[in-house]
Design a binder for this molecule. Sequence first.
Ligand SMILES: Nc1nc2c(c(=O)[nH]1)N[C@H]1C(S)=C(S)[C@@H](COP(=O)(O)O)O[C@H]1N2
Ligand SMILES: [Mo]
Length: 327
Amino acid sequence: MSYNRRQLLRFLALAASPAVLRPQKPVHGLLVRCARPENLEMPLDGFTSWITPNDKFFVRSHHYTPRVTLTDYRLQVAGFVRQNLSLRLEDLRGLPRHELIGVLECAGNGRAHYRPGIPGIQWAYGAAGNARWAGVRLADVLRKAGLKDDATEVLFDGADVPVGTMPEFRRSIPLAKALEEHTLLAYEMNGEPLPESHGFPLRVIVPGWAGDSWVKWVTRIEVLDREYDGFFMKSAYRHPGRPVVPGSSVDSAMMRPVTALRVKSVIASPLDGSRIGAGPVRILGAAWAGESPLTTVELSTDGGRSWHAAALGAERAPFAWRLWEFS
Ligand SMILES: Nc1nc2c(c(=O)[nH]1)N[C@H]1C(S)=C(S)[C@@H](COP(=O)(O)O)O[C@H]1N2
Ligand SMILES: [Mo]
């Protein structure tokens, strides 16, 4: 049997595709930035809703979504603790429950707007969402294990397995942030068990901080005596600490891990480039400021010469976004 060149290329292409493809669930109303691993962006109209519904919430996954079953699930707690723990989700559900509403935003949100362009998923606006998270305080779990004196950082590892030669997605946060009353291990998102794409059955909630610290599918917590030095702490998710000219090179000694989110406001409507009739126009959007409370949103319709306060939505919470509107 002989093959012509085209048949051979086709055969090679088939042979190169992974043997088992999990059926892809349909994606409604999200922008597919990368199908596998799943990276989905919320369209701009999402910024007109105070709570982002689970099926409209952006997804940012470095690796394929792991399938975790509750029967097998254990959360291991180890490192600089007095007693290692192995907890089932039921054990966690037995601890006091806490809820908060907060913005989850990817540190790479807005990357598509850089000039010159930079590599990475080309998020435009919607790598952000605002949800109600429920679970237990990370501090309660750490206290159950008992911290040793040398403890300074808390490292999280999820059940996702790297694609090819990519490093494991592991991140650490300083102990002070880990012990804050608002830092949670969440098992619910908007009143439902965490969806698979968002970290079922447990994820870290670090209110006011960029999404890279919000580790999904968390299976292991390790208390460390120093900042973790794996790829996603040491090489990725770092910033220069002060504004620099886009595209310029920065001394790596200056680079620090991404922590709190910056202030941001997004116009959801009207869309850029859309045609609008004469007469009053409603301008709508959402704004947030990481760990800081948001007090005012101002708009300019004359290129920045004058500014006007927008009306702020009634719904508010310390780490949530605030809707605003201006006519
Ligand atoms: N285990 C694991 N956790 C993870 C990630 C990941 O790839 N693996 N991505 C992180 C990043 S960079 C972001 S922005 C958020 C995205 O959370 P979401 O997919 O629920 O929106 O999850 C974080 N947690
Ligand atoms: Mo992210």
